[in-house]
Ligand binder design. Sequence first.
Ligand code: SF4
Length: 492
Amino acid sequence: MSDEVTQQLWTGRFYNDGINSHDGLFDKLREECGVFGVFGHSEAANLSYYGLHALQHRGQESAGICVANGTDFNYHRGMGLVKEVFNNDNLGTLTGSNSIGHVRYSTAGESKLANAQPLIFKYRGGDLAIATNGNLHNAGDIKKELEAQGSIFQTTSDTEVVAHLIARSKHDDIALAVKEALLRVEGAYAFLFLTRDKMIAARDPHGLRPFVMGRLGNGYLFASETCAFDAVGGTYYRDVEPGELLVLDNKNGLVEDRFSPIRQRAICAMEYIYFARPDSDIDAINIHSARKRMGRQLALESFVDADVVTGVPDSSISAAIGYAEQTGIPYELGLIKNRYTGRTFIQPSQELREQGVKMKLSAVRSIVAGKRVVMIDDSIVRGTTSLRIVNLLREAGATEVHVRISSPPFKNPCFYGIDTPDRKELIAAQKSIEEIRRAINADSLHFLSKEGLLASIGRPNVELNRGHCTACFDNSYPTRVTEESSIGCGCD
Ligand code: SF4
């Protein structure tokens, strides 16, 4: 291997290339970002560090924390994991009782510090920091309009569009300016805004991305997922409701307001299937339990006689346990994930890339050899990973591999903050189920029905505030989207 290639491997370039271009090894959908906020706690920066740690699965490219204490406004951002970006020294400079933090995963392959959040702006009201998870699909149109009126943009970020709208508002009150800005934008988002003395949390009117509020002593917490509250010893208080604007300052405490009427709720179904951590709850529904029910339902819809059930770690293990419980077929750890491969294992050649899969995932020969295996996975995006895992099991001696997917076929791109390939690259948009089965070398293949999925999640669709987004399965987008709508995350 040439020195140049070796160096590229160790610099992580191929790691990032691989993730961002949906390399076969990482043929998974990518959650884009996680946000965490603390208001009214003297350890705000340290709490943010631990909270972001718990949200690391939502973004691994960059991390940042901004802290305010009424007079000072300090921040630190960097490329890499939370534990790589922060240390005692830089955390020690972030003094103050209010903070917002962010972990980010990029969609465009740009490893740029300039895109790391929270983004910091100066406007006539002072300092403003913004952290967001989601995507604004009309940001491009608004940006063109603002540029025509003389605005100059520093980044390609949707978040900067919101900052410009706030800066141009007639309102001096930041809460009113934020409200006005949010009425202009469309999409899916959980926003945290921080000024020297205020914090504002806002969620899109459909509630597409998860966003929760917690308590810690007399302070308030905000997070993309409840697992971050557990990490800091906080407690879940309630969800930030769709269309809601929560304003916190020392004078008035918590002021609960709205910027939009509530619209048909459309929480992302993929959060339940794959994105969120199993120990998180979304709308009081535990993710692990919901995934187990998906596995049970999958068994009811597609029983197959077999010797062992195994799940693709980590996100499919809960569904595999459910499938095993329902069928009585023993659950076994037939696939083991190596957690210590680090950032270096995406290899430039096909041959080494195959080796990379084996470094990441191993089939346990003594468990699967001579056995008929049911392999549970949460989704198939391009199909390349499924093929490799099926082949791993066959090489380890499995006599049959029956693939069961705990979600419906993923056929349509997401416009709401999830990095998805073009429709033409989504295998379920291009092939029949039988063709996919052949492409991934499985003995049989079944996807969970949409009805089965919704029943498993257990949030009835009938009430105004209880619905889901299932657009990537059924092409039914809860907001107006066009071919020009940007795909991916507005964090870029
Ligand atoms: S399109 Fe799919 S991934 Fe995107 S928000 Fe809707 S359910 Fe989630």
